[in-house]
Write a protein that binds this ligand. Structure first.
Ligand code: KIV
Length: 289
């Protein structure tokens, strides 16, 4: 005889999925988990992903946070910059990644010109969450974007502020360069980071800055700070998946390290990356500015 579960039981099971997951052996990472990792000094291992198969692989490898970055414009679509990437592109890849992920925290990039005003930022962030399944949105920001970030945070949207090298500004900046080398620029970046935290950023990402500045900003903020080319002292590290797997061509930035050497499979390589971040062996001095 077939047994059917009562509709009220099914509803209760769905409603409290979040609570059940919290007590699972590998509970999904949340903003609270990331904050606790900062407080306890456990490094956050983050990586990019763009599809469901790799999402499952990086989850199995023990990654804490996955970013569907607009780097997809370069590594997936073959562009020279991230500028041509559209919101629909990120939503498409984010939806695929969300299907493959269980434990890591899922962050999606807001592409070039998708947050020129508070209202447009809100509308597009909502699409990334509702259609893409993102739990947090990332925008490239300086103090000028504090008002936009505050508006998103005021609508209970988790936001990551990306400072330092901001690839969406490449044409205005005249190239991809290390940022914050001069004292005035470093002081300005520290002020911007504090202003964005004050505005409600839950996470800060620092790209391509001197290691000493990465350490100073990380100490000054209460929210977790993830670095890429920002030295060993940030609360976590992120790399583009295809760099970890050594399948990007051409000249690579100094902070990039392939983890394929000695790895039997892509899964082993991502596990080696996670281990290197957690044990603080990556980034080494040769990866820092
Ligand atoms: O788009 C991206 O992948 C990023 C990382 C480089 C941090 O923003």
């Amino acid at each position: 005889m077939l047994m059917f579960a009562r509709p009220s039981f099914i509803l209760a099971t769905l409603m409290y999925k979040h609570l059940q997951e919290r007590y699972a052996p590998r509970p999904p990472v949340t903003v609270s988990t990331l904050n606790a990792m900062k407080t306890e000094g456990e490094k956050i291992a983050a990586i990019t992903a763009y599809d469901a198969s790799f999402a499952t692989l990086v989850d199995d490898a023990g990654v804490d946070l996955v970013l569907v970055g607009d780097s997809l414009g370069m590594v997936i679509q073959g562009h020279d910059t991230t500028v041509p990437v559209t919101l629909d592109d990120v939503i498409y890849h984010c939806r695929a990644v969300a299907k493959g992920l269980y434990r890591p925290f899922l962050v999606a990039d807001m592409p070039f010109m998708t947050y020129p005003s508070r209202e447009q930022a809100l509308e597009n962030a909502v699409r990334l969450m509702q259609e893409g399944g993102a739990k947090m949105v990332k925008l490239e920001a300086a103090a000028g974007q504090a008002e936009i970030l505050e508006f998103l945070a005021g609508h209970d949207i988790a936001v990551c502020a990306h400072l330092g090298l901001r690839p969406q500004s490449v044409h205005k900046a005249g190239g991809f360069r290390v940022q914050g080398r001069e004292e005035a620029a470093a002081e300005q970046m520290l002020r911007d980071a504090k202003a964005l935290e004050q505005a409600g950023a839950d996470l800060v990402l620092l790209e391509c800055i001197p290691a000493s500045l990465g350490a100073e900003i990380t100490r000054a903020l209460s929210v977790p700070v993830i670095g890429i080319g920002a030295g060993p002292d940030t609360d976590g590290q992120i790399l583009v998946l295809y760099d970890v797997l050594d399948i990007t061509s051409g000249r690579k930035p100094k902070f990039v390290k392939s983890f394929m050497a000695g790895a039997d499979s892509p899964l082993d390589a991502v596990k080696a990356y996670v281990e290197a971040v957690k044990t603080r062996t990556y980034p080494a001095p040769e990866h820092c500015f």
